[in-house]
Design a protein around this ligand. Structure first.
Ligand code: ADP
Ligand code: ADP
Ligand code: ZN
Ligand code: ZN
Length: 845
């Protein structure tokens, strides 16, 4: 039964009735939400939208689903979180399309996520052109991830990794004793190898380059592992004498060549650090057998439309669709003879291509036609990945399902948002419900129903302020969404643009779809780079600009390996460009991106920002701690002194289950507090260290009111809209937007220096329009302090409020990559060829 705030509308088939929802900050929420409708959940960041949509509705739907299908799963329910809610009636099964938190760990591609690759392999296997006399290759044979398909030389990697004398001995003027062989372990292990060489009579005190080549090769590359007596601490002469006299050695040592050591540690270590170290001594070159195509010869010999499957998978999806269209229609030229000879093949080819074309259509409609099947998912933005998953749902023909989506417009240009809305409409018309958490006003305006949560974040939120058709929100005074949705310009009018203090000029930028682009960024002002998804904004800003400026400053940049994907070390095929002017005005590059602030629950906001160091010192300075001689290290959960040793300070333990993925449950010894009992006895004011980590930033700000240093750090976190986060919230639970704002806050609390270049990629992701205003204030403050800010953005409010706009396009992929317009927001809004102009024009009014 709908509540009074939910007027009964004839076209809703029924309502999901939530009673007493208390998950996270929700304050005993009762709400009725229509099915078969586009329902948008709005509210400032941290107000409780996700707690309601994902934490309550989706979690409960999933729990019921698992209960109905899996007897194994039922046993885990006491471990699985049950949402805090009295009752939910009328809830259909749910599918969540959530943005990835943290980085995806599995190696997957556009083709595998969308399952299109399966169809393409089937097409090649069943309807491809085979060289005469070659037997059929089964579908798996076209996958580099199977033993049937992988190129035997490179095992399907496309590259072979070799350790060379140059890589393993970077400085040949050193002697072995001076650690010429950098690839050997640095600590005892390396010394051990040196002592073994001494026993074997090698001269470890001559510069490496003066040793005979034969000896050098043996030391670096041999697979032999002789075992010899070792006398550590003896000089070479003493060692030889000891061996002659058959003196009792300290121990018997096993020799391992440098290459063997490098390969062994690369293949066997669990530590990313060690892998990275090993990789440093290896050089990857294109595999000579498959030329980087990763497949066996027999698979690569099969073609369709004149292309082998590797070349086919490298084409942008829009080209693939165009190529397959004639086959789907049965009008492909040159097929006739072959089809006549193999009529059954002709039928298969048409059926599979029809299916592929229909599925590709959905991807093109969602503005993803510039991607290729082989593109690896770690290189995609979270928004692109979510749209890929959405497309997969669109052609899976489910109905009667609730789709729960997290900001599907993230990463979308306003022009692309229209396609997204069309996709959502077609899911709805197929008989599904859509629950969408969204900040984008264009999406909010299209909703059939709004659930506005607020009024503010954390404890000051958690109430449903309004539930009903959008127009009704106009009367809800407490809503922060209302003013942006109805007053066309609740935001302050755009400021008068500042003038550039100089120019940073890049020439010949070549990267992905940018080909020899010349572009100038104004210094000392705030610049927004706009353009449709896939036009080349990130290639220009997050890649080329960051790399060129970073290199000019000698600032080390994270390498591909550090970013998690160890084997994606391939240099981009063509990457070029240089800075011709302006570096004298830049002293420092600060990149504020959406990458996680840490990959394990051991890092959190407090540790990342440095706030925790201050807090630990405060605990160590309490009389009780001083009496027990507890230092600041005692209050860290990362070192043995003060942490719980049962869970090593993780707060939870892993429970291994037969046949099912392992689950985590709170540590039974410390009950999730991460500390041992003695540490928890120390209180600062009335809280122990675990309780402090559990405070929100807002509460901590009040709690530490006598500590200006701590309070200053907390103030900045509140200013970037993170007052609702808990200090100890693990890095793994943070969204990309939250991670980005934490990085921004960390930068903002540093003493101002000026002459820094700040680069941000879509900083408004996850931000309510009210939070966007606060962010703009912060960014303008950076400029006022003498810095340069460059952001990539789709939110026109940000473009309108900046000093300069660079519009990239005109379209995506091959049809993009050019500078379409550059100027003040008002100038770019008048540019004829720009797809951004009409939307920017609207935001300027
Ligand atoms: P929104 O989606 O509106 O940004 P959330 O529902 O994510 O807001 O968060 C609402 C409140 O619940 C915030 O105070 C947040 O810190 C808290 N919260 C979110 N996730 C968790 C969690 N896993 N554990 C405890 N509190 C959480
Ligand atoms: P935008 O930031 O405007 O959405 P991008 O710079 O991400 O656009 O992409 C521009 C073009 O370059 C697209 O065709 C995209 O598919 C391609 N591209 C981007 N990153 C990569 C990558 N890591 N590998 C291959 N192609 C890429
Ligand atoms: Zn190969
Ligand atoms: Zn524990």
């Amino acid at each position: 039964m709908p509540t009074p705030t939910s007027p009964i509308l004839p076209n809703f088939s029924g309502f999901v009735q939530v009673r007493g929802a208390r998950e996270h900050n929700l304050r005993h929420v009762d709400v009725d939400i229509p099915r078969d409708a586009l329902v948008v959940f709005t509210g400032v960041s941290g107000s409780g939208k996700s707690s309601l949509a994902f934490g309550t509705l989706y979690a409960e739907a999933q729990r019921r689903y698992l209960e109905s299908v899996s007897p194994y799963a039922r046993r885990l329910f006491h471990q699985m979180a049950v949402p805090a809610v009295d009752s939910i009636d009328g809830l259909p099964p749910a599918v969540a399309l959530q943005q990835q938190r943290g980085t995806p760990t599995t190696r997957s591609s556009v083709g595998s996520v969308t399952t299109l690759s399966n169809l393409v392999r089937m097409l090649y296997s069943r309807a491809g052109n085979y060289p005469t006399g070659q037997g059929i290759v089964y579908a798996e044979g076209f996958s580099a991830n199977t033993p049937e398909g992988a190129c035997p030389t490179c095992h399907g990697l496309g590259r072979i990794y070799e350790a060379t004398e140059d890589t393993m001995v970077p400085d040949p003027s050193l002697t072995i004793r001076e650690r010429a062989i950098a690839a050997w372990p640095t600590a005892w292990g390396g010394q051990n190898q040196r002592d073994i060489l001494v026993s074997m009579g090698y001269d470890v005190d001559r510069p490496w380059r003066e040793l005979p080549q034969k000896d050098r090769d043996w030391i670096l590359f041999t697979d032999e592992q002789p075992v010899v007596p070792v006398y550590p601490g003896y000089t070479p002469e003493q060692t030889q004498r000891a061996i002659r006299r058959k003196e009792e050695p300290n121990y018997m040592g096993t020799f391992t060549s440098a290459r063997r050591h490098v390969f062994h540690s690369f293949a066997n270590t669990q530590s990313a650090q060690m892998k990275k170290r090993a990789l440093q001594f290896m050089r990857g070159t294109e595999c000579p057998t498959c030329h980087g195509k990763r497949l066996r010869r027999e698979a690569l010999a099969v073609t369709f439309a004149g292309l082998d499957i590797a070349d086919f998978s490298a084409l942008p999806l829009q080209r693939v669709a165009a190529l397959l269209q004639p086959y789907a229609e049965g009008t492909a030229p040159g097929r006739a003879a072959q089809d006549a000879a193999h009529p059954e093949q002709a039928v298969v080819a048409q059926r599979i291509t029809q299916d592929l074309v229909a599925r590709l259509r959905v991807l093109l409609d969602l503005g993803l036609g510039y991607l290729s099947l082989e593109r690896s998912t770690p290189t995609l933005s979270p928004g692109e990945l979510q749209r890929l998953r959405l497309a997969t749902q669109l052609y899976s023909n489910l109905f009667g399902v609730v789709y729960v989506l997290d900001e599907p417009s993230a990463g979308l240009h306003p022009a692309d948002t229209e396609a997204l809305l069309a996709a959502l409409a077609s899911l709805k018309s197929a008989g599904n419900s859509l629950f969408v958490v969204e900040h984008n006003l264009d999406v909010i305006r299209q909703a059939d129903w709004l659930v506005d949560v607020g009024p503010a974040a954390g404890e000051k939120g958690g109430q449903v302020l309004y539930s009903g058709p959008p127009a009704g929100l106009a009367d809800v005074a407490a809503s922060q969404t209302r003013q942006f949705l109805f007053a066309d310009e609740a935001a302050a009018p755009p400021p008068t643009p500042r003038s550039a203090q100089g120019w940073l000029r890049l020439a010949g930028v070549t990267r992905n779809n940018l080909r020899g682009l010349d572009v100038a960024f104004p210094l000392g002002v705030f610049t927004t780079v706009t353009g449709v998804s896939g036009s080349g904004k990130s290639s220009l800003v997050s890649q080329a600009l960051v790399e060129l400026v970073g290199a000019a400053l000698g600032q080390a940049l994270p390498t591909a390996e550090e970013e998690g994907d160890l084997l994606e070390t391939d240099e981009p095929t063509s990457s070029g460009g240089h800075i011709t002017e302006g570096m004298e005005h830049i002293n420092r590059l600060v990149r504020v991106d959406q990458k996680p602030i840490g990959r394990t629950p051991r890092s959190n906001m407090a540790t990342y920002t440095g706030l925790f160091d201050h807090v630990r010192k405060l605990f160590a300075a309490t009389p009780a701690a001083r009496k027990r001689r507890y230092d600041a290290g005692r209050f860290s959960f990362n070192v043995p002194k003060g942490r719980c040793e049962n869970c090593h300070g993780e707060g939870f333990v892993m429970v291994e289950l037969l046949f099912l993925p392992s689950v985590y449950s709170p540590c039974p010894v410390c009950h999730g507090t991460r500390y041992n009992a003695q540490t928890l006895e120390i209180q600062y004011k009335d809280k122990n260290i675990a309780e402090v980590l559990n405070l929100t930033v807002d509460d901590a700000w009040t709690f530490f009111d006598e500590e200006p240093t701590v309070q200053r750090a907390l103030t900045v976190l509140r200013e970037v809209g993170l007052g609702y986060l808990r200090l100890g919230q693990p890095a793994t639970e943070l969204s990309g937007g939250e991670a980005q704002r934490i990085k921004l806050a960390t930068e903002l609390q540093r003493p101002p220096r000026g002459h820094s270049l700040y680069v941000l990629d879509e900083p408004t992701t996850g931000l309510h329009p009210a939070d966007v205003e606060r962010l703009l204030t912060q960014l303008h403050a950076l400029v006022a302090a003498g810095n340069t800010v460059v952001v990539v953005e789709h939110t026109m409010r940000v473009a309108a409020a900046s000093d300069w706009v660079l519009d990239i396009g005109p379209d995506a992929g091959d049809e993009g990559g050019q500078l379409v317009a550059a100027g003040t927001p008002a100038e770019v809004a008048k540019a004829r060829e720009s797809k951004t102009a009409p939307y920017l024009q609207r935001a300027l009014k």
